[in-house]
Ligand binder design. Structure first.
Ligand SMILES: Cc1cc2nc3c(=O)[nH]c(=O)nc-3n(C[C@H](O)[C@H](O)[C@H](O)COP(=O)(O)OP(=O)(O)OC[C@H]3O[C@@H](n4cnc5c(N)ncnc54)[C@H](O)[C@@H]3O)c2cc1C
Length: 189
């Protein structure tokens, strides 16, 4: 984030005036909506863009339980009286078959947005082996490609990431790390 050097005082109603040059540059017009984000002690103002919570596309959306959903996605989630009752899924029974729609009854829809491993701590000087997505590769002892560096939990290449697996892997990593240190000290038992 870059400092603009502009300091403005908040009035008695909590309002500030955004400089006209800044509004012109960012194409913010009168009565445009701004979204307010908080990051610790920092407040960020961003031009509000109406996007669909499912596909992320901007444009005309409808509000469903205070979430914006576009017309294309609404077609695939059915419901009555504000409650989800079913979802329409597209399936292809075989490579040569045409896509067909099936309807599955459902009480709710959860969106999986994917995940990004937070491995920046070791991505710099360590040169540790990771997979394409950035997850750290380890052996069964949770040892990484860098001697003495162990990884456990969500940062590790794993078919399943849950609290129970992270805690278990943490126990294995701690045990193996202790054995590694003992070996360095020549205290193998
Ligand atoms: C929305 C959601 C729902 C989930 N629901 C479930 C569930 O119902 N049941 C279940 O078992 N699992 C669930 N999980 C998965 C579970 O939360 C994780 O698998 C588990 O927390 C992994 O533990 P961890 O210790 O590896 O990572 P985390 O719990 O993510 O802990 C890593 C910590 O390291 C800190 N950190 C990151 N980078 C740095 C750095 N550079 N320096 C210092 N600290 C740093 C982070 O702030 C964080 O506190 C869910 C996950 C999500 C995102």
């Amino acid at each position: 984030m870059k400092s603009t050097g502009i300091i403005r005082k908040i009035d008695e109603l909590g309002r500030i005036v955004l400089p006209i040059e800044m509004r012109r540059t960012l194409e913010i017009s009168e009565r445009d909506a701004l979204e307010i984000y908080a990051d610790g002690h920092t407040i960020v103002l961003k031009k509000y863009v109406n996007t669909c919570v499912f596909c992320g596309n901007p444009g005309k959306t409808h509000s469903f339980r205070e979430k914006n959903i576009c017309k294309g996605c609404i077609k695939e989630i059915k419901g009555t009286q504000g409650k989800v009752t079913s979802v329409l899924l597209e399936t292809r029974p075989g490579a040569s078959h045409e896509a067909m729609l099936i309807e599955e009854s459902a009480d709710a829809v959860f969106i999986f947005v994917g995940s990004v491993p937070q491995t920046s701590l070791v991505s710099g000087g360590f040169n540790v082996d990771t997979d394409e997505a950035g997850y750290i590769k380890t052996d069964g002892c949770m040892a990484s490609s860098v001697p003495g560096l162990f990884a456990a939990g969500d940062v590790r290449v794993s078919p399943f990431r849950q609290v129970v697996t992270a805690a278990g892997e943490g126990a294995v990593a701690a045990h193996c790390a202790a054995a590694y240190i003992d070996k360095l000290k020549g205290e193998i038992y």
